[in-house]
Write a protein that binds this ligand. Structure first.
Ligand code: PLP
Length: 414
């Protein structure tokens, strides 16, 4: 099959910003298709980090000296930039910087869940949740006596919405759903789920780790109460994630970490808390990472999130179609034209780790394993799978290289 589509992103131009893509692996050009795990960092983002350390490295909110003021303004503005990117109503007050999506999940689970949940309460997740949310709510439920229920996934990889409507009841306190599944690519009907959740006066939390990087997201349009994502999956550095929360909810919540920076007044007897979002950012925060993530957002917006999504959709569908040419490749999840930018599969008779190893010999980097969705893999009746995932710098030629390398793996094992 020929790659025929017109790409509205100038991918060759984009690739110039990612020197890492010029690397060779095992004597072959690197084909990096592990973007759902982490994406690469373009030069302007690397430069933003270097510029911070070279010119104005300083702690924030503390000093009145020039460097501290410059760092504080850049760091605070970065919150506004991220808030704006996902359509928050109240800017920085609704945007907490965390270490990653996992920490954002834990923040809500500990700051809200531990105080609000109790016996008789229910938290509703889906069968396809990442361990970041699944393990977190499972454990907080154990501590509080609440119960976790799971919306099932249908045979063709969609969320069973009839079951969802029955599982979400007046006993439900919170529903937590992955916007895009990192294993199946399933796109959750988040607005519909938000409506059902709110009809029962429960809170709606979206794990957007695989959505914000790839598609325009508007938290107000979704009517999410909380929305979490990670910087390193959207061209930003590691060590920063974001938690959007509706202002009135964040105001009502107690902090989950205590210490410097998050206080207003402290005596030997008691303390009061700083204004939002600082109340949730105890200690010296993720300064360089936050500033660099704002730069990544500028980069993505220059490309245009509609163009990013269109590119992602085209590559995903192309990969799905090409992999479907093999009779002995089992692909998991919805059809190629109705999923986020991941394609998980197995080659019959070859363990996912062996496939991965042979692909690596061809320079192709993919993920093999359970992708932090062990229960979902158990549900699918498999221990592991191979996952290819795409981003703004990938090409159809790279998908072809993946397919050729899979063919080589089949030859070796047959
Ligand atoms: N949620 C989903 C859907 C993910 O794909 C991931 C990472 O792969 C996470 C949560 C956790 O992200 P992080 O490891 O950055 O906390």
């Amino acid at each position: 099959m020929e790659a025929t589509e017109q790409q509205s992103l100038d991918v060759e131009r984009v690739r110039e910003d990612f020197p890492i893509l010029e690397r060779e692996v095992g004597g072959e050009p690197l084909v990096y298709l592990d973007n759902a795990a982490t994406t690469h960092t373009p030069e302007p983002v690397v430069e933003a980090i270097a510029d911070y350390y070279r010119r104005y490295n300083s702690n924030v909110h503390r000093g009145i000296h020039t460097l501290s003021q410059e760092a504080s303004v850049a760091y605070e503005d970065a919150h506004d930039r991220l808030a704006e990117f996902v359509g928050a109503e109240h800017g920085r007050e609704e945007m907490v910087f965390t270490k990653n999506t996992t920490e954002a999940e834990n923040l809500v689970a500990f700051a809200w869940g531990l105080n609000e949940l109790g016996p008789g309460d229910e938290v509703v997740l889906t069968q396809l949740e990442h361990h970041a949310s699944l393990v977190t709510w499972q454990q907080v439920a154990k501590k509080t006596g609440a119960e976790v229920k799971y919306i099932p996934v249908t045979e063709d990889g969609y969320l069973d919405m009839e079951a969802a409507a029955e599982l979400i009841t007046d006993d439900t306190e919170l529903v937590n759903v992955a916007h895009v599944s990192n294993t199946l690519g399933t796109i959750a009907p988040v607005s519909e789920l938000a409506d059902i959740t709110h009809d029962h006066d429960a809170l709606f939390f979206v794990d957007g780790a695989q959505a914000v990087p790839n598609r325009p997201v508007d938290v107000q349009e979704i009517d999410a109460d909380f929305y979490a994502f990670s910087g390193h999956k959207m061209l930003g550095p590691t060590g920063i994630g974001c938690l959007y929360g509706k202002r009135h909810l964040l105001e009502e919540m107690e902090p989950h970490l205590y210490g410097g920076m998050m206080i207003e007044r402290v005596t030997y007897e008691d303390s009061t808390w700083a204004e939002l979002p600082w109340k949730f950012e105890a200690g010296t925060p993720v300064i360089a990472q936050g500033i660099a993530l704002a730069e990544a957002v500028d980069y993505l917006e220059d490309l245009g999130m509609d163009a990013v999504q269109a590119h992602e959709d085209r590559l995903t569908e192309y990969a799905y179609d090409r992999l479907s040419e093999f009779d002995d490749v089992d692909i998991y999840g919805p059809p190629g034209d109705d999923r986020g930018g991941v394609v998980s599969f197995n080659v019959e008779g070859i363990h996912a780790h062996d496939v991965s190893s042979i692909l690596n010999d061809h320079g192709v980097a993919i993920r093999a394993g359970d992708h932090c969705t062990q229960p979902l893999h158990q549900e699918l009746g498999i221990a592991a799978s191979v996952r290819a995932s795409f981003y703004v710098y990938n090409t159809t030629e790279e998908v072809d290289a993946l397919v050729d390398a899979i063919d080589a793996a089949r030859d070796i094992f047959n």
